[in-house]
Write a protein that binds this ligand. Structure first.
Ligand code: 13P
Length: 251
């Protein structure tokens, strides 16, 4: 198994003063050599964050499908890369819901991120109504199949994030058994898309991950890390999650 990948999604939070938290996370990262850490700050902070951290990855929270052009307010994957990002998150449920992003749009964004030389985190997840109707696995696996970038050798640059919409920012989390069942279903979908390479794609869990539930959630079958929202905004809670998953190595 590869090391756990713990990614903080700052969403629309963070001013220059917040970079102190990123610096503290970066300093702490040395104590956790078995964990891969990254932050996705708002685009305005990518370049500045890149200047002040060494040990953690940096990513964007979205990208446009095109490299450049007349798309007022949008940011391309090439621009994220130029600012210092190594990856882009695409298909977050907040974007799917607020901007009507379809699976096809998410796939095009993922493809443009790869074309720009970034890796990509593709997000999927069911709503509460879909889970209550017994459709969660069907919904999520069809999102995976239609949203991931296609190609013979892209799998090593793809990460999946399963984020049940009803667990985001609510303090509610699925049972460990439900997380494991969904991650196994996602794994099967990745293997049918990518063949053997689909076995190594990391599948993150996201939705109300906190220091006190992280070890249990990340211990579930096929969970390769976490995508953390609110608890990634301070070094204290983000490192609390890392510590819970893989205790610090003291030298
Ligand atoms: P919370 O950790 O705040 O629930 O957010 C999860 C999320 O949406 C990360 O992308």
């Amino acid at each position: 198994m590869s090391s756990p990948y713990i990614v903080g999604n700052w969403k629309m939070n963070g001013l220059r003063s917040t970079l102190a938290e990123a610096r503290a996370i970066d300093r702490a990262a040395a104590r956790y050599p078995k964990v891969e850490l990254a932050l996705a700050p708002p685009a305005t902070l990518i370049s500045r964050m890149h200047d002040v951290v060494n040990a953690i990855g940096i990513g964007g929270q979205d990208c446009h499908v095109e490299d450049s052009g007349a798309f007022t307010g949008d940011i391309s994957a090439a621009m994220l890369k130029d600012a210092g990002a190594q990856f882009a998150i695409v298909g977050h449920s907040e974007r799917r819901a607020a901007y009507g992003e379809s699976d096809a749009t998410v796939r095009a964004k993922a493809q443009s991120a790869l074309d720009a030389g970034l890796t990509v985190i593709v997000c999927v997840g069911e709503t509460e109504a879909q889970r209550d109707a017994g459709d969660a696995e069907k919904v999520v696996t069809s999102q995976v199949a239609a949203s991931i970038p296609q190609g013979e050798d892209v799998a090593p640059r793809v990460t999946l994030a399963y984020e049940p919409v009803w667990a985001i920012g609510t303090g509610r989390v699925p049972s460990v058994d439900d997380v494991a069942a969904m991650h196994r279903a996602i794994r099967a979908t990745l293997e049918s898309a990518y063949g053997a390479a689909g076995k190594t794609v990391r599948i993150l869990y996201g939705g109300s991950v906190k220091p006190d539930n992280a070890a249990e959630l990340l211990g579930a079958d096929e969970v390769g890390g976490a995508l953390v929202g609110g608890a990634s905004l301070t070094a204290e809670s983000f490192i609390g999650i890392v510590e819970a998953v893989s205790p610090a190595q003291e030298d």
